[in-house]
Write a protein that binds this ligand. Structure first.
Ligand code: NAP
Length: 259
């Protein structure tokens, strides 16, 4: 029996992860602020799948409440799968954004998944197994399409996943970055947007089912809407080609002052 801890399980992508992982026979720890919604989901999934479900009410922006989740990740029964999903958007430009709101977004989208992964990974390495799933966004690669700092927070999640995977894959820990594009959840309305104005919206069940196919294949990066994996492979090749230029002790000729 494995146990999965899912943040942001009260709605959207996290709630579907909870449904799918319970249906696969995992025990769950559900985390979010909306206790009523978490308890309703927990009752439904216990009855449907006979799994054990804990609920932790926590605002991950609040250090004391985040600590409750960190403590659970370090305790028993061990957490085999961490789904770092809780997140939010922030409508508006960088120039006009309220710095206090930006700070909250950084705590939720950047600091929380980092500290949660940190709390989970030590035990996973000791046990020689475990999975960390980080929900990033295609905006990590398309920052020009999104104003403010949201894309930058998701780029961080993507980069963290890559560097963490480089460190722990050989120790038996699997890391997956999932990059949804527009997906039908509450995130738009919550951040003052309007989903009816967004083209090509994926249904959340389709998104999570595809992400779980990538999970079962142990993909490092899963981008459900991209039709041809060759596009990702070409992107990675281009990155490798660029990186060949990093190991030079002298600046490139084009940056040398003409004498
Ligand atoms: N939907 C998309 O188009 C899309 C695209 C790319 C990436 N994503 C990413 O997908 C992830 C899930 O979002 P979603 O689309 O499923 O949106 P959602 O329906 O709004 O779900 C967000 C979840 O995060 C929780 N949450 C928000 N603030 C929190 C806080 N301070 N502390 C603890 N939990 C908090 C919410 O629960 P409570 O309110 O109960 O706390 C909710 O369960 C996010 O990381 C988002 O950036 C979404």
């Amino acid at each position: 029996m494995t146990t999965a801890l899912i943040t942001g399980a009260s709605s959207g992508i996290g709630a579907i992860y909870a449904r799918r992982l319970a249906a696969r026979g995992n025990d769950l720890v559900l985390v979010a602020r909306a206790t009523d919604r978490l308890n309703a989901l927990a009752s439904e999934l216990r009855a449907a799948h006979g799994v054990s479900i804990e609920v932790i009410t926590a605002d991950l922006i609040d250090a004391t409440q985040l600590e409750l989740v960190l403590r659970r990740l370090r305790s028993d029964p061990p957490i085999d799968i961490l789904v770092n999903n809780a997140g939010a958007g922030l409508i508006g430009d960088f120039v006009t954004a309220d710095p206090a709101e930006m700070h909250k977004l950084l705590l939720l989208n950047v600091a929380a998944p980092t500290l949660l992964a940190s709390a989970a990974v030590g035990g996973m390495v000791e046990r020689g197994g475990g999975s960390i799933v980080n929900i990033a966004s295609v905006l990590a690669f398309l920052p020009e399409y999104s104003r403010g700092i949201y894309a930058a927070t998701k780029s961080y999640v993507m980069t963290l996943s890559q560097s963490l995977a480089a460190e722990v894959t050989a120790k038996g820990v699997y890391v997956q970055a999932v990059l949804p594009a527009a997906t039908r959840t509450e995130i738009y309305e919550r951040s003052g947007g309007d989903i009816s104005k967004v083209p090509d919206v994926m249904e959340v069940e389709d998104l999570v089912d595809a992400a779980l196919v990538g999970f079962d294949r142990k993909e490092l990066v899963t981008i459900p809407p991209v039709p041809d994996v060759a596009a990702w492979e070409a992107f990675e090749q281009a990155r490798g080609f660029l990186a060949q230029g990093f190991s030079n002790s002298k600046p490139a000729v084009r940056y040398r002052n003409e004498t």
